[in-house]
Ligand binder design. Structure first.
Ligand SMILES: *Cc1c(COP(=O)(O)O)cnc(C)c1O
Length: 224
């Protein structure tokens, strides 16, 4: 199967309200260009340097999503161009993104990463940390970031029930923020609409559970 046909069949299977992020980490620009020629404009990378190199080389109408863990000291390298940062998991990181966005005279869109998996190794906030971040004065004072939604990764397991439970958990956290976003508690959130969950192995399940953004790599570009 070619990248073009993989991409087209995945796109055809997605509901209209679900956005596809083509995860192109480790893949060469030639492969990304095949997806680009087939109409794909949103690409996801997990290393800032690699993303910056590809951004320089490729057409400028691409939206670059940072889907990996972000080190605070590297935010400056993507601040001029990044379109959405999925993995924001601390106030400190958000403050650095805000600072670099201001320097570049832009507003940078972010998702907060929630820890939904059983594994200890996966990054993300728990519900208490999420609530205290969103209700903090520091958060409300930041003018150069927007929180557009949440991101999560399920446990790496064959157990579909486990994965489903974790996706539903993320969806329920999302719903409770949405319902309360006009109250004092979360006064600073507008445009809260994205649930980024689902990868090659579990995106159909993620969509059933309410995902609005899937991050698909190997099913488009092949194994890494
Ligand atoms: C690599 C990666 C993906 C894509 O994984 P595939 O299984 O290749 O679809 C999605 N999300 C994150 C955070 C990743 O690092």
């Amino acid at each position: 199967m070619s990248i073009t046909s993989n991409l087209n069949s995945i796109k055809a299977s997605l509901p209209a309200n679900v956005t596809l992020v083509a995860v192109s980490k480790t893949k060469p620009v030639l492969d990304l260009m095949q997806a680009y020629e087939a109409g794909q404009r949103i690409f996801g990378e997990n290393k800032i340097q690699e993303m910056a190199d590809k951004w320089e080389e490729m057409p400028k109408d691409i939206q670059w999503h940072m889907i990996g863990h972000v080190q605070t000291n590297k935010v400056k390298y993507m601040a001029p161009f990044v379109s959405l940062i999925h993995g924001v998991d601390s106030l400190k990181l958000l403050q650095e993104i805000n600072k670099q966005a201001l320097k570049n005279n832009r507003i940078i869109d972010c998702l907060l990463q929630i820890h939904i998996a059983e594994e200890e190794t996966k990054f993300g906030l728990d519900e208490n940390e999420l609530n205290s971040l969103l209700s903090s004065t520091e958060f409300k004072e930041m003018k150069n970031i927007r929180i557009l939604g949440l991101m999560g990764m399920a446990t790496f397991t064959e157990n579909q029930n486990q994965i489903k439970k974790e996706f539903k958990h993320l969806k329920s956290i999302f719903d409770s923020i949405q319902q309360n976003k006009d109250t004092q508690l979360y006064a600073a959130i507008d445009n809260f609409s994205i649930i980024s969950m689902g990868m090659s192995g579990d995106y159909q399940l993620a969509i059933e559970c309410g995902s609005t953004m899937v991050r698909i790599g190997s099913s488009i570009f092949g194994g890494r």
